[in-house]
Design a binder for this molecule. Structure first.
Ligand code: GLU
Length: 395
């Protein structure tokens, strides 16, 4: 019957982050002792002050449909957040609240891309960017980077990738999967190139904004002449440990926000009312309220880097943000380990799953086929055990 499915779904790859997480769950259910470092999901609980806001909302009988673009009070709180943290002036009409940043990104792609348009993706990039572009029948164009330049692209590379068909470029800093952060200076240099191409729109995905170990966060839309064509995406999942609450949002030029609301109004309508009420409390909280999680992530990052660094053949950089390590493991290509031929990152990731019981995600899914992604949003105990097992398999 699969032939009856649309070309659209048949051409869509499965999300590798979600697939690997599902595989790890399946193996665990079979009784295997799997350590899952696949999914980018904080292992903390949502802070009590946010949970209490949700409980209060239930008791206050928040149960009706919400405005498609979100409660006005929430949109106002988001405007304040953008001003407070990002030096960005948005009005509530420029804000759309969605069911996770993933929906925010899908909305933007749906309302801006036509078939045949090109979307530039500095690689490595989050798995769903390419799939979302493909759904819009747009063509995604990877701009490669490597661990040697901290997984960042140069202005020259950006310029070389631009064609008359380029409609959008997706930036993501701090980056999933590499953890790299573009400084203000680096972003301004990229903006200099885009100044020459006024028809290109910029999606700036800042979902990992607060998971930052010391580089000052800079929002692309804060560049004066980029504001009118940049859509800033953010959400609550990562910094507030609220992945399952599904709250994402955008700040955008009003006409784009309006189009996203129209799109969302035909697909999902406004996002969950209780989650939105809790979100008012979360976005209004200053980032220091979640600093304890960031400190813990940083300490885990350092532990994992220290341990992985002792394994010959694993090449590392120091991720400045997010909660992923993205080692280059290409030194193992062409080797046979535990009777398994390692041709690429997919094989390597499968080797770790089958022989070390450690779930990772292949870099191929992120447009970086020499790497794998390991999430360190897991307990220190699990992380130490995971690296120990990896070392045993590789030695
Ligand atoms: N963004 C997270 C990740 O990259 C969650 C899974 C997903 O939606 O892709 O692991």
């Amino acid at each position: 019957m699969s032939k009856a499915l649309s070309n659209r779904i048949n051409s869509l790859p499965i999300s590798q982050t979600l697939a690997m997480a599902a595989k790890a769950r399946e193996l665990k259910a079979e009784g295997k002792d799997i350590i899952s470092l696949s999914l980018g999901e904080p292992d903390f609980n949502t802070p009590d002050f946010i949970k209490n806001a949700a409980i209060e909302a239930i008791n206050q009988d928040y149960n009706s449909y919400t405005p498609v673009d979100g409660y006005l009070e929430l949109k106002e709180a988001i405007c304040n957040k953008f001003k407070r943290d990002n030096n960005l002036e948005y009005t509530p009409k420029q804000i759309v609240v969605s069911t996770g940043a993933k929906q925010s990104i899908a909305n933007i792609a749906q309302v801006l891309l036509n078939p045949g348009d090109e979307v530039l993706l500095p690689a490595p990039y989050w798995v769903s960017y390419s799939a979302i572009a493909t759904l819009c029948e747009a063509r995604f164009v990877e701009i490669p980077s490597s661990i040697d330049n901290d997984f960042k692209i140069t202005p020259e590379q950006l310029e070389a990738a631009i064609t008359p068909k380029t409609k959008m470029v997706f930036f993501n800093s701090p980056n999933n999967p590499s953890g790299s952060i573009y400084t203000e200076e680096e972003y301004r240099a990229l903006a200099k190139v885009l100044e020459k191409y006024p028809n290109i729109f910029i999606l700036s995905d800042e979902i990992y904004e607060h998971i930052n170990y010391g580089v000052t966060h800079f929002s692309f839309a804060a560049i004066e002449n980029m504001y009118d064509r940049t859509i800033t995406v953010n959400g609550l999942a990562k910094a507030f440990a609220m992945t399952g609450w599904r709250i994402g949002f955008i700040g955008a030029p009003e006409w784009i926000a309006k189009a996203c609301t129209k799109m969302q109004g035909q697909i999902t309508s406004g996002t969950n009312c209780i989650a939105q009420r809790a979100a008012i409390t979360a976005v209004s909280a200053t980032p220091d309220k979640v600093q304890y999680m960031i400190d813990e992530f940083k300490s885990r990052r350092d532990i994992v880097l220290g341990l992985l660094g002792k394994i010959e053949g694993i090449k590392l950089n120091v991720p400045e943000g997010a909660f992923y390590i993205f080692p280059d493991i290409s030194a193992f290509f062409g080797r046979t380990i535990k009777g398994k031929e390692i041709k690429d990152a997919n094989d390597f990731s499968m080797l770790l799953l089958e022989e070390a019981n450690v779930a990772s995600v292949t870099g191929a899914a992120f447009g970086a086929p020499n790497c794998i992604r390991l999430s360190y949003a897991a307990s220190e105990l699990q992380l130490r055990e995971a690296v120990k097992r990896i070392r045993e398999v590789l030695s």
